[in-house]
Design a protein around this ligand. Structure first.
Ligand SMILES: NC(=O)c1ccc[n+]([C@@H]2O[C@H](COP(=O)([O-])OP(=O)(O)OC[C@H]3O[C@@H](n4cnc5c(N)ncnc54)[C@H](O)[C@@H]3O)[C@@H](O)[C@H]2O)c1
Length: 440
């Protein structure tokens, strides 16, 4: 299938709006982008900056870099702004987050100092373990939406931006099931007027973004745009949406290893995952309600990759447990253990142990960069609503209601690259390869 999309040029500046701009992921992202711009670092882990894409037949040897193949915004054109319930500028916040070393932070210090959070839309009942005071005074949902829309407009005008993208890098909100007020745009808008408590702060940010024609990406596991009302709103305003929950650390490993076990038809009896981390995210997840939101997101992965209903002899009733413990001495340097019980030929048991000494925000920062650049591309290509082709970056990829999400990292990677080929009018690659051996 071949199709050429009309893609608007990536001209002018692209504003990146970040709820949670004072957090570990955001400040690591900001400092990293500025370090790359100044030639002080390499954007390792970013597909848009370092990845290549094969085009055509293998003998053609056409393997351009992705950023030379699709018209992405240049990182030179990114401008940053955002909200946080803590008032420290991003230099102080980066030092507090403790992800990057002083030498890296100070090298871009003046740039980080200039990024000062705007007062947030924050309600403690959604994030119990934080108590930020740098918050908007408005009380009603509609007033808060208006205040956010005004921030977006002021940011746009002050920086002469041609486009914006909003990405949620704020804390995980307390667990919430989709309810009546989320089920349609009309009900949601009534809920806004009635100050319905099932409308969380992240939904107010998303509503303000989409109605300002700004795409919205959700890096946390909260529902936010993964409800029918927001899908409808995104379609109505012709804006892309994507989510949920950046795929870093342990879940990244899971979605690399589980497809391999399944490809080899090896069975699984149990997968026990535990983590210790000591950053602010760990503190937030120490609250049962916020952890429940994260747990749902982390648990969904294995079932959908292994398909126990299709392979009952291999995967029926495997036991899956995920734990996160807040342990301050580790800061952002999380340790994730996996004890994996598998079985092979004639049912003989085997074990795999993984001890991943990872750095969460170091893995998340390039994801943020890729997501904002690809979502801006989607907007310019006229691709509105759910961007399932960006599943590669998420623990709980959002997809159409009649589909199951795709979690297998290798299928996700193929989906992403084939989408890029498709919108640029190139042949998709099937890896069949028989035509190299049998010609008709
Ligand atoms: N670090 C990772 O690798 C990773 C992976 C997947 C998902 N996530 C998610 O990304 C988010 C950010 O992670 P982090 O490690 O940077 O956490 P963090 O706690 O360092 O940063 C979150 C920031 O959001 C702010 N905040 C909370 N509520 C807000 C609101 N209503 N409006 C604006 N700001 C608000 C907090 O004050 C904090 O500065 C979390 O939800 C986390 O679960 C992170």
């Amino acid at each position: 299938m071949k199709r050429q999309y009309e893609i608007e040029k990536a001209e002018g500046k692209l504003g990146i709006l970040i709820p949670g701009i004072g957090g570990a992921v955001s400040t690591t992202f900001l400092a990293g982008v500025e370090a790359v711009r100044r030639g002080l670092g390499v954007p390792i882990g970013s597909i848009t900056q370092m990845g290549t894409i094969r085009l055509g037949k293998r003998p053609e040897y056409r393997i351009p870099r992705i950023k030379d193949f699709v018209p992405l915004a240049s990182i030179e054109d990114l401008v940053f702004g955002g909200w946080d319930p803590f008032p420290e500028d991003c230099h102080q916040a980066a030092l507090q987050a403790g992800v990057l070393k002083g030498e890296h932070i100070n090298g871009v210090g003046p740039f980080l100092e200039r990024v000062k959070p705007w007062p947030a839309v924050f309600k403690q009942e959604y994030v119990k373990n934080l108590d930020g005071k740098h918050v908007k005074p408005e009380a009603s949902h509609m007033e808060l939406v208006e205040a956010l829309r005004k921030d977006i407009e002021v940011f746009r005008e002050a920086n002469g931006l041609s486009r914006c993208v909003m990405i949620w890098c704020a804390s995980t909100e307390a667990y919430m099931r989709p309810s009546e007020v989320h089920s349609s745009l009309a009900r949601f808008e009534k809920g806004l007027k009635d100050n319905d408590p099932a409308i969380s702060p992240s939904m107010l940010y998303a509503y303000a973004a989409l109605t300002s024609r700004v795409p919205f990406i959700n890096g946390a596991p909260n529902l936010t745009v993964d409800i029918p009302a927001m899908v409808e709103l995104a379609k109505e305003h012709g804006v892309p949406i994507a989510g949920k929950d950046f795929k870093t650390g342990q879940t990244l490993m899971k979605t690399i290893i589980a497809p391999g076990l399944k490809a080899r038809m090896l069975g699984l009896t149990g997968w026990y995952s535990t983590n210790i981390l000591g950053n602010r995210d760990g503190l937030v997840l120490d609250d049962r309600d916020s952890f429940k939101t994260k747990e749902e997101s982390k648990l969904s992965v294995l079932h959908s990759i292994l398909q126990p209903d299709v392979y009952p002899q291999l995967y029926k009733d495997f036991y899956h447990k995920v734990m996160i413990s807040y342990y301050p001495p580790r800061g952002d340097e999380k340790e994730g253990w996996d004890a994996i019980d598998i079985f092979g030929w004639l049912g003989y048991p085997m074990q795999i142990k993984i001890d991943f000494l990872c750095r969460d925000s170091i893995l998340a920062a390039p994801i943020v960069l890729d997501l904002v650049l690809f979502t801006d591309l989607a907007q310019r290509a006229g691709m509105t609503g759910i961007q399932e082709w960006l599943s590669f970056y998420f623990k709980s990829p959002q997809c159409a209601p009649n589909l199951y999400p795709e979690h297998d990292l290798f299928i996700q990677s193929m989906k992403l690259k084939n989408t890029l080929r498709y919108i640029m009018g190139e042949d998709q690659i099937t890896h069949l390869g028989l035509d190299y051996y049998y010609t008709s």
